[in-house]
Design a protein around this ligand. Sequence first.
Ligand code: ATP
Ligand code: MG
Length: 382
Amino acid sequence: MHKNWNRSACSPVEYLTIFNNLLTVINGLAEVAMRRVPASDRVHEYLTSILKAGSQARDLTRQLLAFSRKQVFQPRSVDINVVIRDLEKMLRRLIGEDIKMETVLHPGIATVRADPGQIEQILVNLIVNARDAIQEKSGAAAEKRITIETKPWRLDSSYVADHSESRVGPHVMIAISDSGVGMTEAVRSKIFEPFFTTKELGRGTGLGLATVYGIIKQNGGTIQVYSEPGRGASFKIFWPVTGETASPPEGEADSEASLRGNETILLVEDHDGVRGFAGNALREYGYSVLEARDGIEALERLDESNTSVALAVTDLIMPRMNGNELADRMASLYPEIRVLFASGYTDSYVIESGAVKEGVNFLQKPYSRQELAKSVRQLLDQ
Ligand SMILES: Nc1ncnc2c1ncn2[C@@H]1O[C@H](COP(=O)(O)OP(=O)(O)OP(=O)(O)O)[C@@H](O)[C@H]1O
Ligand SMILES: [Mg+2]
C-alpha cells in the first residue's frame, strides 16, 4: 500500500489515500490502547486527545478528498426533495434542539442528475455553517431558525449574461437560510476559498464551502450567497435539470415589448452594483428611474420629485431605514405608490421570520432584467 511513498509521481488523491490509511492505524491503535488503560490513568487522557485529533484529521482528509473532486462520483436521477426528507432527521440531530428547522419543499420539482452523496455533503456543510452562525449570535432571545427550500427555477439568458458561470435553462433551486450572525461583504467575497475560515483554530478547516463550490461546479450548477452582518445568510444553489425533453420556449421575443413602460419608478437599494444593474434594466425597458440608497434617501427623492412615482422597488435590509419602514411611511404619505420588495432572502423565509407580511409583492434575488421588468409590469397593471 505504501509502495508509492517515495515516488514523486503520486497524485494528491493518492497521497490522501495513503494518509487516510496511516490515520486508520493511528486512530485504531489509540482506541485499542484506550480500552487497556483505566480511565483514571493519565495515559487514558492522552489517548483521548490523540483520538480526538485523529478523528479531526480524518474529517479533514475526507473534505480534501471531496475537494479534489476525485471522490467516486456516481450521478443518477435524483429527486432532491427525497434526499432532503431522508436526511432531515440526521440534520435535526446535527443542529440541536434549540434551533428550529423547517423545510419548504416544492412538490413539482424535476429530478436532476446528481450523486445523492454529494447533495448530502452540500446540505450537511451548509447546515453546519448555519448552526455555527446561529450559535455565534449571542442573546438567548435571538431567533434561531434554519429554512431549507426547493423550487423549480429557470435561469434565462439575461441572468446568464450577468453570471457567466451559469447556464440557461431549467434548474432546481435549493436554498438554505439561517438567522445567524451573517457576514460582511469582505468575508462574503472569500468564503469559497479553500482554507478560508473565521472560526477559531481547531473548529473550522475552511474547506466546507470550498467543497460545496467544487461539487456544484462539477455538476454545472451555480451558487449565490446573500447576507448582511447580523441578519443571517441565505445560500441558493441552482442545480441544472438535464435531459429535459421539449423544454418550454422562453418566449423572450414576444414578451419583451409587453414588459415595457414609461412610468416613474423609485429604486431603493444599498448595494451599488445591484442598484446600477436594476436601474439600467428598468431604463432599458423605458421607465424613468429615481435611485436611492436607503429609506431616508428614498423619502428625500420622493419629496423633491415633481413627477408622480407609480411604484417603488425596494430592498428589505438597508442601513438607516429599511424597506419595511419605508413602505409604512409611503403608505401614509404616498398611498398611491405600489411597493415591490426585493431581497436575497427567500420569500417564505422573510415571511416566516415576520420581516414582511404575507401577501406582499416580493421579488427574489438574484433576478434577471426580465424578471424584474415582469414583476414591475404585473404590479403596475394590477
Ligand atoms: N451561514 C453562514 N453565516 C455566516 N457566515 C458563514 C456562513 N457560512 C459560512 N460562513 C463564513 O464562511 C467561512 C467559511 O465557511 P466554510 O464552511 O468553508 O469553513 P468553516 O465552516 O469555517 O470550516 P469547515 O471546514 O469546518 O466547514 C466561515 O468560517 C464563516 O466565516
Ligand atoms: Mg463550514
